[in-house]
Design a binder for this molecule. Structure first.
Ligand code: 5RP
Length: 223
């Protein structure tokens, strides 16, 4: 599929960008999703260039280990020099919607803790205003109905992601029709609801660099 080869090209471009800055003690933060899976496969070919990785999900940790890349606890290592991850939407300010794969909380922790956040997408994810993609919100299970009502008060239509439990033991509400035209304000407002762990808006901490795979190659954007 064309989109798959685009994801692979964006992943390789991001990896080529960081390679000159890596050394055998470097720790990388690694996100989650199909684009990141291509990145992990590419990282496997360069595993002598860095020490190991901190994973944003159990699935990513598993794939890294299968490739022989050491996986560390974030609390046991220095802040990662780079965090690499995909996104569901990205705007011109490099503000993102993430969490389609349900790993948003650990992804947000790694984005916050890392020095530089590189985001890798194909051009179908570029938008003028984020919010077409339903916003994933991680919620403590007992707060599901309460948080749902509060999200309706904010103008959204929350949909329970049935049969899905996050790596942290929580549930996801995918919220349709929210006005996210002021992403930082929306991110803060949703995170104020008691019972919300976090939401998939990455606006307070956007990406630092965006690698966008297009039919004619990968373009690179900086914040
Ligand atoms: C997972 C994420 C992913 O980065 C996002 O869903 C994009 O995934 P993909 O690379 O499969 O399109 O936020 O929680």
């Amino acid at each position: 599929m064309r989109q798959d080869s685009h994801k692979q090209e964006a992943a390789r471009a991001a990896l080529n960008h960081i390679l000159p800055d890596l050394n055998p003690r470097s720790i990388l933060g690694v996100g989650t999703g199909s684009t990141v899976n291509y990145l992990i496969d590419a990282l496997a070919e360069e595993k002598d260039q860095f020490e190991g990785a901190v994973a944003s999900s159990e699935a990513t940790a598993e794939r890294l280990k299968q490739h022989g890349i050491p996986v560390y606890d974030l609390n046991a290592v220095a802040p990662p020099r780079f965090y690499l991850d995909g996104a569901d939407e990205a705007n011109k300010r490099l503000e993102l919607v993430k969490g389609g794969g349900g790993a948003l909380t650990r992804e947000k922790i790694l984005a916050a803790a890392s020095e530089t956040f590189l985001c890798i997408i194909d051009e179908s994810k570029e938008v003028d205003i984020v919010g077409q993609f339903p916003l994933p919100v991680e919620v403590i299970p007992m707060a599901r109905s309460y948080v749902g009502r509060e999200l309706v008060r904010l103008g959204g239509d929350p949909e329970y992601r049935a049969g899905f439990t996050t790596d942290n033991g929580n549930i996801i509400l995918d919220v349709h029709n929210l006005d996210l035209s002021r992403p930082i304000k929306a991110e803060e407002a949703i995170n104020q609801i008691t019972g919300v762990v976090t939401n998939g808006l990455f606006a307070k901490r956007p990406a630092d660099r965006l690698f966008v795979a297009t039919a004619t190659g990968v373009t690179e954007k900086a914040a």
